[in-house]
Structure formats: C-alpha cells, structure tokens
Design a binder for this molecule. Sequence first.
Ligand code: HSE
Length: 358
Amino acid sequence: MVGSVLVERMRAEGDGAVVEPRFFSTTQAGGAAPDVGQGAARVGDANDLDALARCDILVSCQGGDYTEAVHPQLRARGWGGHWIDAASALRMKHESVIILDPVNRPVIDAALAAGRRDWIGGNCTVSLMLMAFGGLFRAGLVEWMTTMTYQAASGAGAREMRELLVQMGHLRDAAGGLLDDPASAILDIDRRASAALRNDMPAERLGFPLAGSLLPWIDRDLGNGYSREELKAGAEGNKILGLSAAPVPIDGLCVRIGAMRCHSQAVTIKLKRPMQLAEVERIIAGAHEWVRLVPNEREASLSELTPAAVTGKLDVAVGRVRHLAMGDDYITAFTVGDQLLWGAAEPLRRMLRLLVGR
Ligand code: HSE
C-alpha cells in the first residue's frame, strides 16, 4: 500500500523525470512496471542482488523482513549506494538516519556530509506528531510531551482497512429493518448492534471489533506495560530531532480507531516557560509549509480537524490549541494527518529528490 501511494506521489510530482527508475518485486517479477514517466518497462526480481547493486539508490516499501534479508547482503558485497526504506528494521541503527526533512533537514544534511547512506522513514505516528509540533521542539520550548493517539486502520494494513469497512457493514446489517423504521426503539437497535459486536463480527485480520469500538493496543506487548508502538514516540522522535543524547520525554498511549487512513493525536505539552497562545500558534504554524493551523473554534474544528477533512491531503492539521488549567506553561492540542503521505511515502520520495539534486 505504501508502495502504491509512493508511485502515485512520484507520478504527481514528476519524479520519474529526474531518475531512471527500475521496479523490483519479490512476487511479480516480469510483470508490467508502473509508469512514473519512464515509459513501458518490466518489473525485475527483488532478490536479484546483482541487478539491485547496479542501482545508485534503492527505495524499499517491501517491509522489514525483506530489508533484513537484502540490505546486509548488499552492503557486505560492497554496494555503496543509498538505501531509502519505509520499514522499521534499520530505523534505530546507529548508521541510519530517520528522514523527515521539513523537521530534520539539518540532521539529514549533517549525515550526508558524514557519508551516511541509510535513510529510513519514521513511524507514521511519530512523523505526523513532529510535522505538527516540530516548530516547538526546534525552538527548544518543550520540556516534555504526552501524545494520546487515535490511529487509523491503514496503519495496520490494507486488509485491515477492508475489514473495517466489512465490520461497519456488518453492524448496519445487524440493525437491519429496525434502522429504517423511525418508530423503532433505539435500545432494540443497540441490543442487535451489541450482540453483533460481541458475537459475530468478522475480525480475521484485526482480531477484534474496530467498527463500533476501538483497540487500545497497537503492535506487540513489550511485557513492561508498553506496546511496541508506544515506545517509538520518545525513541524515534528524539532521533529525528537529533536529541538522542539529551532526549525530551515524549510518551503516551496508542489507540486504533475506526478511521481509514488518518492518524489523529491529542497532545499535552509542558513548555519550558509560560507562553501566550498567539506565540505558540505562530511557532507551530511557521515550522514549514504543510502545517495547517485550525482556529480553536467549534465550526472550524469539526469541519477542518478530522480524518474526513484531512484524508488524501499533504497538509497536517493542528487545532484545539489552548492552555490547560495547570498553567500557562501547559498546552493541549489536537492534530490529524494522512498516515500514508507524511507518515509513509512522502519522506521517501523527498529523500530521493534530495539525493538526486545534490
Ligand atoms: N505502526 C503504525 C500503526 C503504522 O500501526 O498505525 C506504521 O508506522
């Protein structure tokens, strides 16, 4: 899915014109390659190391297992090209840089100057959080942050997105004719929906009902109270910012909700000093061109600060910015971003551009 979005974005931005693209697949070698401007071509075999090693830059959306199998072999045989990857396998390795150039271009530039060659996209939730609040971190204003997430089905995968829709249909079907009858009792409808939720929701992929419910655990259980997803905020966030030596505490709970492809997050930020809201908003909005600040008002929040409003867009919406009762050095805010764009494909294609443009 990330690969498909990447190809769409490369086509839209004309990236095919600045590279000579070759496509590789582990399962579809020999098929017609997607055309990003290079014309008709065939897909190569993604396990053909000789063919891979002839490329200056490899961009992988294949997943961590592929990275772990292929990347070390290429490096071992002396391949000195640039490896750009969507998977998490190499992310926290010392030699790797987590790429999110609107936020950490100086970190990327320093790594390029130092001869680094492994460029890894961050966890989608972390990347979107930093796209939203990177300005405050860059200004050194954040003492700590909590982030409570509302993550979309797309983060789990394409089949989970399909299953979410099937579950929605299943709930509707369970209510049946009662829904069409305005005189039917809501508690009767609820009884049917609740019975469907408990007894027979199709949940082969998700494991549990997501439609009409939520899933307060994402990824593996690390056995210390954390889910694997939750550990990434602090670790990856600080690595992206170049702050791993003196990390800012960033922590919270990760929850899957029934959105399709936009991850949302509610954050609490402890600032290092009391600040006026206008100054906080100015710094958030001024971070880069993809922050879209939504006024903290009912109409604007409901129409512009939702997965429905943000889906498919590059802009990351930030709103509900206000002080908390604890004091003027405490801020809350809400952010929504498309996790397949800035959360996945966009940093990869921008890194490709950056390398080609050097
Ligand atoms: N791990 C994320 C999720 C998506 O499950 O939503 C990819 O970073």
